[in-house]
Design a protein around this ligand. Structure first.
Ligand SMILES: NC(=O)c1ccc[n+]([C@@H]2O[C@H](COP(=O)([O-])OP(=O)(O)OC[C@H]3O[C@@H](n4cnc5c(N)ncnc54)[C@H](OP(=O)(O)O)[C@@H]3O)[C@@H](O)[C@H]2O)c1
Length: 247
């Protein structure tokens, strides 16, 4: 799938991996829209990429994602790429019963299943009929290496990402023969604010690839129609006996 000449919507694209992808799409001549919940993140993203279109939206809220869809297809009729990138990551200790699950809901109102899985599935359902009307279109889902090698402190996160992988496989089969190509980007650890400082708190001293180290090769794979995109991290692979960060 070409990187230039598209109209791209990236959920959660105001920071981290999504913003780096936005930068590469813009550089290649695509029009890019990003959505996120935090107006400050959107403003900062616009300061870095002045051509960016931004929209405040919590994709975990049905009414907000439906409003986003209506606004996007009205104002950007050529929209042909949906990047399902928004995600959250929480440490949850099941030995505490429901305490940790409820703590996150109470503290920040966030639920990994709602954001990482349910919202991605519903965004896909909203946009697929529109994407099918385009000559060339793509859905790119961001899963994680942790879908394949789960990690004890992040059981729900890993499960949502494994589900995103399986969903992407089935969706790719279902959309075969339509103009919509289904990609899955499978990042290893990337140094962003996804973990909200938890890696450091766990005593980690290595925080993974930079966003550019992940996104630049990943976009090359996207351009080559590689539908499952992995970017190896030799340093992480060496640290984890090849369990994480391998090709
Ligand atoms: N960093 C890694 O090591 C790594 C590894 C594998 C996979 N991934 C995946 O890569 C994707 C991007 O993460 P990242 O590392 O770039 O972290 P990030 O910088 O925190 O990006 C996640 C973005 O999602 C947005 N978001 C969260 N909940 C949302 C919601 N309900 N509605 C709309 N936007 C929402 C956040 O913006 P607001 O808070 O402003 O809404 C944030 O900009 C995620 O799916 C993550 O799971 C990351």
């Amino acid at each position: 799938m070409k990187i230039g000449g598209n109209t791209v919507l990236i959920t959660g694209g105001a920071t981290g991996i999504g913003l780096a992808m936005a930068g590469e799409f813009v550089k290649a001549g695509s029009e890019v829209i990003v959505c996120a919940r935090t107006e400050e993140h959107l403003q900062e993203a616009r300061a870095r990429l002045p051509s960016l279109h931004t929209r405040r939206c919590d994709i975990a809220k049905e009414a907000e994602r439906e409003a986003l869809f209506a606004w996007a297809v009205t104002n950007f009729k050529d929209l042909n790429v949906l990047v399902n990138n928004a995600g959250i990551q929480r440490m949850i200790d099941f030995r505490k019963g429901t305490a940790d699950l409820l703590r996150h809901r109470g503290e920040d109102g966030e639920d990994e299943i709602e954001v990482n899985l349910k919202a991605l599935v519903y965004m896909t359902a909203l946009f697929t009929p529109h994407l099918m009307t385009r000559k060339e279109a793509a859905i790119a889902n961001i899963s994680s290496g942790l879908a394949f090698h789960p990690m004890a402190p992040l059981p729900v996160y890993c499960a949502t990402k494994a589900a995103v992988h399986t969903f992407s496989l089935a969706l790719r089969q279902q959309l075969e023969g339509t103009p919509v190509k289904v990609f899955e980007l499978i990042p290893p650890m990337v140094d962003t604010n996804l973990d909200k400082g938890a890696r450091k708190a766990r005593g980690q001293t290595y925080f993974g690839l930079t966003t550019a180290e992940f996104v630049i090769p990943a976009m090359k794979s996207f351009a080559n129609d590689e539908y499952e995109i992995r970017v190896p991290d030799p340093k992480l692979a060496a640290m984890t006996g090849n369990r994480l960060g391998g090709p």
